[in-house]
Structures are given as C-alpha cells and as structure tokens.
Design a binder for this molecule. Sequence first.
Ligand SMILES: [Zn+2]
Length: 93
Amino acid sequence: MEIRKEVKVEKIVGFTCDICKKPCNHTTEEPEAFEYATLHGHWGYFSGKDQQDHECHMCENCYDEVKEFVDKLGGQVRVRHYDLLTGHLLKEE
Ligand SMILES: [Zn+2]
C-alpha cells in the first residue's frame, strides 16, 4: 500500500538578471517565464580557473549589450530559430 502525503515542491518559475537585477521574464506565464540568456563557463584543470563553473543569467536588454560586445570583438553568437511548440530546429545562423 502506498503511503501518500501532500508535500510542497519548489520549482523554478523564472530568473533574475545577474547584471541589472531585474526579472528576465516579461510575464510569469509559461513558456515566456523562462526567457533568459546565460553566460556559462566550464573550466578544467589546465585553465586558470581550475575546475570552476561560472554562470550569469541575463535579461534581454543586458544580453543585447553583451552580444554587441561580442560582435565588437569580432566574435559570433550562434542563433538557432526553433518552433516553440514542437522544439524543432527551423534554421541556424
Ligand atoms: Zn539585465
């Protein structure tokens, strides 16, 4: 016989921008509640950041500034267009 009990479960409902401290999402309705950008670094033994993981969540405005900086450096941000409902990749730039 199963023993059941009602329990509270925390879940992620959105993100706060680590730069400007504003909410990344424009609404709390899904799936837009999960609109955010991430700057992520995963570093190994031979790097200067031995076995560290770096992460920064960004709102759209802060992301645009970071992307502009990457563009200025001559870098490239890979852009993938996908179908929101199916998750299928539509095109890649
Ligand atoms: Zn921001």
